[in-house]
Design a protein around this ligand. Sequence first.
Ligand SMILES: Cc1cc2nc3c(=O)[nH]c(=O)nc-3n(C[C@H](O)[C@H](O)[C@H](O)COP(=O)(O)OP(=O)(O)OC[C@H]3O[C@@H](n4cnc5c(N)ncnc54)[C@H](O)[C@@H]3O)c2cc1C
Length: 252
Amino acid sequence: MITAYHRPQTLDEALTLLAQPNTLPLGGGTLLSASKADSVSVVDLQALGLSTIAPKGNELEIGATVTLQQLFESEHCPAALKSALKLEAPLNLRNSATVAGTLVACDGRSSFAASLLALDAKIEQAIFDHSNIEYRISNIGEFLPLRSTRLITKITLPLNAAFAFEYVARTPSDKPILCAALAQWTSGRTRLAVGGWGKSPSLAMDGTESEGIETAARNACHEAADEYGSAEYRMEAAATLAGRCLENFRTP
Ligand SMILES: Cc1cc2nc3c(=O)[nH]c(=O)nc-3n(C[C@H](O)[C@H](O)[C@H](O)COP(=O)(O)OP(=O)(O)OC[C@H]3O[C@@H](n4cnc5c(N)ncnc54)[C@H](O)[C@@H]3O)c2cc1C
C-alpha cells in the first residue's frame, strides 16, 4: 500500500528521498500501485526529464520513464523490437508502463527483456557518492539476475546491430511460451537470448559468428520446463526460432 507520494523536481531531490527506508521509485505505477506490501513511500520520476528517446551516434538512449508505447511509436525503434513490445503488454498497459519499471519487474516471459538482453543493452543507474551524483553503467546481463534497486536513469541500445525477434505463444497476443531475440553486428558478433520461462530470459550465445546458433539455442533450454511447456519442446522450438531469426537477416 502506498502511504506517501513524492514528486521531486530534481535528481538530487529524488536520490535524497530514495535514500529513506521503504521508499521506491515510481515508474508507470502499474505494478507498484497494486502492491500489497506493508507500506511504501513512492518517488514519482515523471518530473525529472527522463522521458526522451534520442539517437546518439550508433546508440539509442532511452530515458527511464519512457513508456513502452512511446518507444513502440518512436521512429528510432527497430521493427523487430516493436513486435517484442507489442507482446510485452496490451496497449493500455503500454501507455503507462515505463521501460525501467518493466525491466525491474519482468520475469522470464518478458519479450522486452529478452530483446534487450540480445542487444546487450546498457543500464545507467544514479547513486549518491559523498553527496555527488554518480552514474554507474551495467550490462543488462549483469543487471537482470540481481535487479539492484538503484534508480535507473537511462537504457542504451545499439543502433548498429541487425535485430530479429521470433516467438511461439498460445495466441498471437499471449506472452510467449518461447521467444528468441537475435542481434548481429557487422563484425559478426552474434548474441542470442531466449525467454518464456523462469525469472529472467537467458543469454544462449555471445559469439563472434552465428555458427552453432541452433545448438546454443537448444542448450539454453535444458531446464526450461514449466506448466506451459516441457524442456524438450522448448529446446526444439528454440532451435527453430533461432534459425528463423537468422533467416530474417538474409531476407529482410
Ligand atoms: C493488468 C496488468 C497486467 C500485468 N501483466 C504483467 C505481466 O504479464 N508480466 C509482468 O511482468 N508484469 C505485469 N504487470 C505488471 C506491470 O504492469 C509491469 O511489470 C510494468 O511493465 C511495470 O512498469 P511500471 O513502469 O508501471 O513500473 P512500476 O509499477 O512503477 O514499478 C515496478 C517496479 O520497478 C521499480 N522502478 C520503476 N521505475 C524505476 C526506475 N527508474 N529505477 C529503478 N526502479 C524502478 C519500482 O520501484 C517497482 O519496484 C501487469 C500489470 C497490470 C495492471
